[in-house]
Ligand binder design. Structure first.
Ligand code: MN
Ligand code: MN
Length: 327
């Protein structure tokens, strides 16, 4: 069986060659792969700064530094899974609906084969397209959403499909089950006191940043795991979840967020969930300083890949146990 893995940077200098995520091969294949990294460079639904269309390539550029062994999770990722850089999905600048159609068309064959897509945005509006594709495969999924905003507003300037509205639309379309979904890290000034309540009224559990600080990491993770249980879960990670000191390259930064260490720990803590897909959105290279945001974003994606390997390892161990019992 083909096992796609990154180029070994101890043999081939990492500044050589064309940049793909983590130096994985760029092949548009759904054969012999457990995960694919795929870009969705759509940014014309952002309400403030734009330029997230350049994020997939910006993050790929920095990701060549990543190495296959993850000491924090004690796993050599490519001992357990195979993955490729799938390239980018063609988006239609200024036409969100045709972009959504393209996202669904491109993700469907990937999801049909049980492959885990790790999607790089783009602004946060793309998550609605992603969730439409996941719903076709898994029904209404659980959502774990890291963000300083709830993205459950109804509209901007009368437009219902913007980067601040995808999760309200996702609930309306029945793509996610809000009773088993949770939003973490919300903060910053709002339009009114009703904003967090709106998210709760939609059915989400909401853990604002102040509460995250108060109850601490272990309690937050406990609440995520209790909320999701063993349902198929999609993780949506807006880089503005992280404090702008660590992630300045984004469109709507909010101060008072997690450090880069914490940002990674919240991903690692998802191990054990039935993770079926991820997106990482809202990186804005033109406001990035010294590639700080790219370092963090590529590391967050690396932890997502690691989770996929850990899930794969558990499945293999369970299979081995069943075989042992039969003997
Ligand atoms: Mn967002
Ligand atoms: Mn946000």
């Amino acid at each position: 069986m083909t096992n796609y893995q990154p180029k070994d940077s101890s043999k081939s200098p990492r500044f050589c060659g064309i940049r793909t995520f983590m130096r994985l091969e760029q092949i548009k294949t759904t054969d012999h792969v457990d995960f694919v990294v795929v870009g969705v460079p759509f940014d014309t639904a952002a309400s403030n700064r734009t330029g997230q269309r350049y994020a997939p390539q910006h993050i790929r550029n920095f990701s060549v530094l990543l190495r296959p062994y993850n000491p924090d999770m004690d796993i050599n990722v490519f001992d357990y899974c195979s993955g490729v850089d799938y390239g980018d999905i063609d988006v239609i600048p200024g036409n969100i609906h045709r972009t959504y159609d393209n996202i669904v068309a491109e993700l469907t064959p990937i999801l049909d084969k049980g492959i885990v897509p790790i999607i790089i945005g783009g602004d946060h509006s793309i998550s609605l397209g992603n969730l439409r594709a996941f719903h076709k495969k898994y029904g209404a999924v659980s959502l774990v959403h890291f963000d300083s905003h709830s993205d459950t507003w109804n509209d901007y300037y009368g437009e219902r499909y913007m980067h601040g509205t995808p999760f309200r639309r996702a609930v309306e379309e029945g793509l996610i089950d809000p009773r088993h979904s949770i939003q973490i890290g919300l903060r910053g000034p709002l339009y009114s006191a009703q904003d967090y309540e709106d998210a709760r009224e939609l059915g989400f559990e909401v853990v604002p940043m102040k509460e995250v600080r108060k109850i601490g990491f272990d309690q937050v993770m406990k609440r995520i795991h209790e909320r999701v249980e063993n349902r198929p879960v999609f993780v949506s990670y807006d880089i503005d979840f992280v404090d702008p000191a660590y992630a300045p390259g984004t469109g709507t930064p909010e101060v008072g967020g997690p450090t880069s260490f914490e940002a990674l720990e919240y991903v690692r803590g998802l191990d054990g969930l039935n993770l079926v897909g991820f997106d990482l959105v809202e990186v804005l290279p033109t406001y990035d300083a010294n590639e700080v945001t790219a370092v963090l974003a590529s590391s967050v994606i690396y932890e997502m890949i690691t989770l996929t390997a850990l899930k794969k390892r558990r499945e293999l161990q369970q299979k081995a146990e069943v075989l042992n019992q039969r003997q």
